[in-house]
Ligand binder design. Sequence first.
Ligand code: PBG
Length: 324
Amino acid sequence: MRRRRLNPFIRELSQENRLSIKNLILPLFIVDGENQQQKIPSMPGIFRYSIDRLLDQCKLAFSLGIPAVALFPVTPINKKNNQGSEALNPDNLVCRALNKVKLEIPDLLLIADVALDPYTSHGQDGLIDENGYVLNDQTIEILSKQAVLQSQAGADIIAPSDMMDGRIGKIRKELDNASLEHKLICAYTAKYASAFYGPFRDAVGSKDNLGGSNKNNYQMNPANRKEAITEAELDIGEGADFLMVKPGLPYLDIIYQLADKFNLPIFAYQVSGEYSCILAADNNGWLDAKQVMMESLMAFRRAGAQAIFTYYALNAAKILAENY
Ligand code: PBG
């Protein structure tokens, strides 16, 4: 076995999987205002940007060869309510951002998150009843309208992260009805109820809204593997173009399983908590974030992920470009 590990050239020739800049997707947080670059204390090196500054980040990503960015808005508290109605304002922050970026960088793929949690005063991804239960069918009516608005504003790929039942089919139908049949859907197929989302909820400001509640009655139970197969079958049947697994590294078995069983491209989301763990350990001098990140991203490729949402995308792209 060691003959094939003898030197870098033989190791390269024997290498089974590759990580390319084309496998990277950069998530970005947006805030209202101008010339804003706000630190996110629980995510070292990651910022919330106003649209003008977001544009610079998108240009940088595009110039490095990153094919896609995923946009996440921070909604001011006075625009949040019980119904999350700001989600359906065609002039809301994310729609303005999509519009602007599409205009300036038409070839950069724009991914828009579909869910109500940035907009609801209770922080849930959908409408709730008097007991706080998240209503399914009433929610997907709104989500499909949100998807149409985001697509009209310039999104190329709609990414429902809400985990309501039947939302992929409903969104596909409403996109087609609105003559948006060329817009793609990246379904968050196996999205688990995970504590690894903590820093993200700080970043978008939904943590306080959520308070002590959780999302266990719609996001998946971390103990379940086979259930992800059923979720994938449903999403494929309803018209998904890509399937996503989230979180990433703790769920490599799920990525591997879906990549093995289904023919659609599988995406993985290296979520905020995964990013912050690695960066925090690096900041303490306990490990080297650069090496651990590149190893982790390769692990996603080995498991079968076609693309990886990662907050490290800009750094990873620079590292990959240098080592080409
Ligand atoms: C919300 C959403 C979440 C993430 C992406 N979209 C958080 C949640 O479900 O509470 C998490 C991303 C991350 O942690 O990096 N619909």
